[in-house]
Design a protein around this ligand. Sequence first.
Ligand code: PEP
Ligand code: MN
Length: 342
Amino acid sequence: MIIILKQGATEEEKQHIIDRVKEMGYGVNVSGVAQTVIGAIGVLQKDRDGLMEQLGALPYVERVVPVLKRYKLASIEFHPERTTVSVGDCVIGGERLAIMAGPCSVESEDQVLATARVVREAGATILRGGAYKPRTSPYEFQGFGEDGLKILAAARDACGLAIVTEVLDPHDVDLVCRYADMLQIGARNMQNYTLLREVGKARKPVLLKRGGMYPTIENWLLSAEYVLAEGNRDVVLCERGLPPYGDTNLRRNVLDLTAVPLVKELSHLPVIVDPSHGTGKANLVPALARAAIIVGADGLMVEVHPEPELAWSDGPQSLDFPAFQAMMRDLPRVAQTAGRRL
Ligand code: PEP
Ligand code: MN
């Protein structure tokens, strides 16, 4: 439930409510700028009515509202201001758009470094690259593991961009945290609750892609809740498309851009869009990137490769350098239309 204090409520009054909620064994989340909003986390049905009545009767409480949604910390009711998440120098969720770009897989130091330099020059704010790859076939390239992380970290040192990379296994979270600035939870793992809890305990921002067995908006926000509930409040959502009804030769996924404004009504968390996985086709990426910005995305994740036709994974959806540069030249005017900037 959330307890909204009247304007002008004192620190002691605020503290009284916090103490009262904690005494009952519940967690507390305080937010609000003009007006203090205190969230009581996980209040059980048996305590709800009594607590609502008690707190609602206090003269400095404006109202007490039960949060009926199954996700609480992720909900806009609980946290009315929009959250921003800092990854290195990049702030995700502010006026400036976050542009994450880089190869699908880390293949070599030269490949990552060359890509890092080009995407940074073109305006990217975070470098992406996979060291642990979730592949549909066990015979396909699975990533270089820790050696790949080392290459990413070297690229960060050389070009100054923070790095985001996927963690697949709960046992690898500590290891990946030693190198990465942001942990990516891939679409296949959106409902891997053990992994979500583990990254929730980590002190690194989390990029949570939409996917899993039941990739509904509610389940996506409940997956974010797993991370938030462990104490990690730096969660960014990423829409990356859902399996298509057909035409898989023409597009790999259907990018659900409806999700962006919808999730922004339901949650305070930043949302970015990945038009690379969202379409599976490099030629479709720039149009969907523009559309994502227009519908309110806080940023993009785009796969870029020096030679997409030679890429070890996701070549068909990767932009080559000229295509990425051309897309980036076009985005500032789109961002301006959406009231944002690059
Ligand atoms: C990736 O980012 O390369 C990736 C595997 O993405 P997804 O989990 O969205 O398929
Ligand atoms: Mn990929």
